[in-house]
Design a protein around this ligand. Structure first.
Ligand code: DX5
Ligand code: ZN
Length: 228
């Protein structure tokens, strides 16, 4: 297998919302590569989280010890998509991903995000096929495979996601484009290696990291599995 540059993207959905700035700083000190930012609207998914103003407030905290920007990876679970996608780009997001089934015009939404200077991603729920990728692959910077149904942290990994990751890997490699393949939901120290073996290079983990006292220990253990 070719060696990949792996990225770990802790989801602040499982962080302490009363101390979000410190949580972002602490998880970056623990080795986070990206900050995963789950936006839920109580319409597309049955839960409600935070909007562009919170992203803007966190932007200044998402820097590493050398002062370099740590990417904010916005996962939109909202419908409609376009206005919020643009608002998040203006609020300092680096990557903005959305569910194709939530957008009336997927190609247009991808273009809107890229026109704002952000990278654009498509997110696929467990029961949604990858079909649209064929038609918009030239405008996609990231493919995010959901390994749980979106809406909540702390759910169990759905095994059929592995097959979809393999399929997404084949499509990405055939495109010849530099596209990240991210997986979200139920990622733990114990399964991250299997998910990487299926072809993923970027791993969202919420409860596995934030529901423990030592973020660095978990991130180090995940990296050790990825290095095997
Ligand atoms: C679910 C979110 C995930 C979630 C992952 O809708 O998209 O990012 O926070 O949480 P864990 O890692 O706990 O499954
Ligand atoms: Zn997410």
């Amino acid at each position: 297998m070719t060696s990949r540059t792996y990225r770990i993207a802790p989801s602040i959905l499982s962080a302490d919302f009363a101390r979000l700035g410190d949580e972002v700083k602490n998880v970056i000190a623990g080795g986070a590569d990206w900050i995963h930012f789950d936006v839920m609207d109580n319409h597309y998914v049955p839960n409600l989280t935070f909007g562009p103003m919170v992203c803007q407030a966190l932007r200044k905290h998402a820097v590493n010890s050398s002062g370099a920007k740590v990417p904010i990876d916005v996962h939109l679970m909202v419908q409609p998509v376009d206005a919020l996608a643009q608002a998040f780009c203006k609020a300092g997001a680096d990557l903005v991903s959305f569910h194709p089934d939530a957008s009336g015009h997927v190609d247009r939404t991808l273009q809107l995000i890229q026109a704002e200077g952000c990278q654009a991603g498509l997110v696929f729920n467990p029961a949604v096929p990858l079909d649209v990728l064929e038609w918009v692959i030239d405008k996609v910077d990231l493919v995010l495979i959901m390994s749980v149904n979106p809406g909540f942290g702390g759910q169990s990994f759905i095994p059929s996601a592995l097959k979809k990751i393999e399929q997404a890997r084949r499509i990405i490699d055939a495109s010849g484009r530099d596209i990240r393949l991210e997986v979200d939901g139920g990622i733990k120290i114990d399964n991250i290696r299997d998910v990487a073996n299926a072809g993923a290079d970027t791993f969202v983990a919420g409860s596995a990291i934030f529901n423990t006292p030592d973020y660095k220990a978990v991130i180090d253990a995940m990296r050790a599995k990825l290095a095997q």
